[in-house]
Design a protein around this ligand. Structure first.
Ligand code: HEM
Ligand SMILES: *[C@@H]1O[C@H](CO)[C@@H](O)[C@H](O)[C@H]1NC(C)=O
Ligand SMILES: *[C@@H]1O[C@H](CO)[C@@H](O)[C@H](O)[C@H]1NC(C)=O
Ligand SMILES: *[C@@H]1O[C@H](CO)[C@@H](O)[C@H](O)[C@H]1NC(C)=O
Ligand SMILES: *[C@@H]1O[C@H](CO)[C@@H](O)[C@H](O)[C@H]1NC(C)=O
Length: 330
């Protein structure tokens, strides 16, 4: 009796271990296109390189597209679809997400060599990796084999899933946890703000009357505060931009974390990783660690990007490989 119960428990434990080892992305592999499109990595690399040569910021824009794709319905290139339900119209993306033309160019170059083979979701994933590397950041082997979704979900993009720069830390953490990421991923992936730009509309609430206090956010360093106040005066042009990583905007490095320690995070959602009360028991220690340990930041960033790229992919014979990233095949 006792023996057979023990045997059953052992079986149950083995089964759970087995199930835990079967992630939804079990079909993604780094050599997925080795027979069907052997040059895909070189093609994407060359096109990303060209795009960054025209505009350095494009590296940042491409990384952000991958993030905003993966958080809404998984990494299925739903963000790239045009139309009335387009995720491009969501609050977090409208007049903000950019690089869609660059993605079209990359896709066209891939199609010209391997028509109908490589998904838009995989192209975004590879382009994000190349953008990190070409900006001086880490590289990694990209698991591939995602397929493209048939529909966009504007409601999801608007409401539940994309974090906002005005949100509290616990709420941001919850959005990461909801897609299977954790606190380490929140900090390492926020490190993508080591490159790129933010517009006044995304941080000007901090500059004059923060949360109805009548004063600026007291976690902004004073010289940066006066610079940002002149860039973004009350009733000024909300589309003017500044570097997310002040004084190191084009180089992918750990300077962003040093800025946070010096109260030079531009977005509230950046600075709260270090300065908020909630940070003390969650993110603060890791911000400090990354600020002095760039190689740990690089390793963790690469691992977290792979994790993010594995959110709910469509695989196998599900859905389709889009011909044009902007529309589902008819
Ligand atoms: C933690 C929650 C996050 C929030 C609240 C957030 C918010 C923002 C905001 C408000 C901007 C500026 C957009 C604009 O001015 O139009 C921005 C830019 C950017 N974000 Fe995030 N972000 C977050 C996490 C991430 C993650 C996980 C990544 C990628 C791994 C990322 C990559 C970027 C990049 C590269 C830019 C610059 C884009 C460009 O210059 O075109 N962000 N983010
Ligand atoms: C999503 O947000 C945008 C921008 O705030 C708004 O124009 C649109 O009506 C919203 N749509 C849905 C379905 O939530
Ligand atoms: C879109 O997302 C919302 C909120 O996450 C969900 O309730 C809805 O079922 C989704 N719609 C489609 C068509 O997937
Ligand atoms: C987050 O997950 C990674 C594995 O994906 C793990 O190495 C890391 O320790 C986790 N971090 C936390 C804070 O749980
Ligand atoms: C920014 O520019 C867009 C398009 O050029 C415009 O529709 C929008 O109103 C501007 N936003 C702000 C905050 O000024």
């Amino acid at each position: 009796m006792h023996r057979s119960r023990g045997g059953f428990n052992g079986f149950a434990v083995l089964m759970s271990v087995f199930l835990l080892c079967l992630p939804a992305n079990s079909q993604l592999t780094t050599d997925f296109y080795s027979k069907t499109c052997p040059n895909v990595l070189q093609i994407v690399r060359r096109e990303v390189m060209k795009a960054i040569k025209v505009e350095t910021r494009m590296a940042a824009s491409l990384i952000r597209l991958h993030f905003h794709d993966c958080f809404v319905n998984g990494c299925d290139a739903s963000l790239l679809l045009d139309g009335s339900d387009s995720e491009k119209l969501a609050l977090a993306n409208l007049n903000s997400a950019r690089g869609f033309e660059a993605v079209d160019t990359i896709k066209a170059a891939v199609e010209s060599q391997c028509s109908g083979v490589v998904s838009c979701a995989d192209i975004l994933t590879i382009a994000a990796r190349d953008s990190s590397l070409l900006s001086g950041g880490p590289t990694w082997k990209v698991p591939l084999g995602r397929r493209d979704g048939l529909v966009a979900n504007l409601t999801a993009a608007n409401t539940t899933q994309l974090p906002s720069p005005f949100e509290g830390l616990n709420s941001i953490i919850n959005k990461f946890v909801a897609v299977g990421l954790n606190i380490t991923d929140v900090v390492s992936l926020s490190g993508a703000h080591t490159i790129g730009q933010a517009k006044c509309a995304t941080f000007s609430n901090r500059l004059f009357d923060f949360g109805g206090t009548g004063s600026p956010d007291n976690t902004i360093e004073t010289s940066m505060l006066s610079d940002l106040q002149s860039l973004c005066p009350i009733n000024g042009d909300g589309n003017r931009t500044t570097a997310l990583d002040r004084n190191s905007q084009d180089l992918f490095d750990n300077h962003y974390f040093q800025n946070l320690i010096n109260k030079k995070g531009v977005l509230s959602s950046d600075q709260i990783l270090f300065s908020s009360d909630e940070a003390a028991s969650t993110t603060k220690a890791l911000v400090q660690t990354y600020s002095t340990n760039p190689s740990l930041f690089f390793t963790d960033f690469a691992n977290s990007m792979i994790k993010m790229g594995n959110i709910n992919p469509l695989t196998g014979s599900n859905s389709e490989i889009r011909k044009n990233c902007r529309v589902a095949n008819s």
